[in-house]
Design a protein around this ligand. Structure first.
Ligand SMILES: O=c1[nH]c(=O)c2[nH]c(=O)[nH]c2[nH]1
Length: 298
């Protein structure tokens, strides 16, 4: 019986990086969490403790900060620069996975004017990118998390099977709420206006959620993915994870009151978790190859 080392990677997780880009008195902030993971011929350190091939995670962290000098630019380009640096500079490092979450800051509005250098943090949404570079081939999977949305009508759920454990009432008018996590794989790694693409995909996701009359969250998920693929040719595939943030009608009958679809309990847990991939016919599901391998959440 032999024992061998299987797939492995290592790096610095969650490097917190804030940059201030000064355009005279007007400051531009970038607030990122960057995780680096390197892959390659790393048997020596695992099997014998010989660290000759190990780019220290401390070095990886320092590289992230050093590369931020002079400007981060778009997160996709920053991640590609880092991945190319690590794989290009160290012979035994043949692959890199760089994850970046970008935390938004909005300018504080002072008397109707956006302030030059004071910002506020909008709620929990993040823009994300995951760049994978392996043996010279790169993939970009970008996305967003924490995009919390709710529609107070335009959602039904009925026609599901009933057995002895089914208590859920059928409804033709319910609240539909979710916090969207979306990740999409780009078909190229250059020649794409990343921010424009992100903004348009986000807008398409929101508009479809708002306007598609929903018979299930699954149907809404598919419609959102389909709309993105129809609108954005640069996207090869999109994966969505959407928790069903249940809003249950409160039984007011003990108080002699009726509830005309008006008073709800916003439940925390458990929640339905609806996940799905929407693909192009001409892009087989496994075309992603290493793009998705060991990505958190998918
Ligand atoms: O949109 C829904 N999909 C489900 O699969 C489901 N299951 C459930 O209890 N409520 C809902 N709602």
């Amino acid at each position: 019986m032999g024992i061998t080392l299987g797939p492995n990677q290592y790096g610095k997780a969650e490097v917190r990086l804030v940059t201030v880009d000064r355009e005279g008195p007007v400051h531009h902030l970038k607030d990122l969490t960057v995780s680096t993971s390197l892959r390659g011929q790393l048997e020596r350190t695992h099997l014998t403790g010989d660290n000759a091939d190990v780019v220290a995670t401390d070095t990886q962290k320092n590289t992230v900060y050093a590369f931020a000098a002079g400007g981060v630019g778009e997160v996709e380009d920053f991640a590609l620069r880092l991945a190319e640096h690590f794989t290009g500079s160290f012979e035994h490092i043949t692959g890199a996975r760089i994850l970046i979450s970008e935390h938004a800051w909005n300018r504080i509005d002072v008397g109707g004017t956006p302030h030059d250098h004071a910002f506020s943090r909008p709620g929990g949404e993040e823009r994300t990118t995951a760049v994978t570079l392996q043996d010279g081939k790169a993939w970009v999977v970008s996305g967003l998390t924490g995009l919390t949305v709710l529609k107070s009508t335009g959602s039904e759920f009925h026609g599901f099977p009933r057995d002895e454990y089914t208590t859920l009432a059928e409804t033709d008018d319910r609240i539909l709420a979710t916090a969207v996590t979306a990740r999409w794989r780009y078909s190229a790694t250059s020649g794409i206006d990343w921010t424009l693409s992100f903004d348009e995909i986000r807008r398409t996701l929101l508009e479809t959620f708002a306007t598609k009359h929903s018979l299930s969250l699954q149907q809404t998920l598919y419609a959102m993915g389909e709309a993105v693929l129809e609108a954005r040719p640069e996207v090869a595939e999109i994966r969505l994870a959407m928790p069903n943030k249940h809003h249950f009608l409160v039984d007011l009958s003990p108080f002699g009151l009726s509830n005309e679809n008006e008073v709800f309990h916003a439940a925390d847990r458990p929640y339905g978790l609806i996940e799905g991939t929407v693909l192009r016919d001409d892009e087989p599901a496994d075309a992603a190859g290493l793009a998705w391998y060991s990505l958190p959440e998918f």
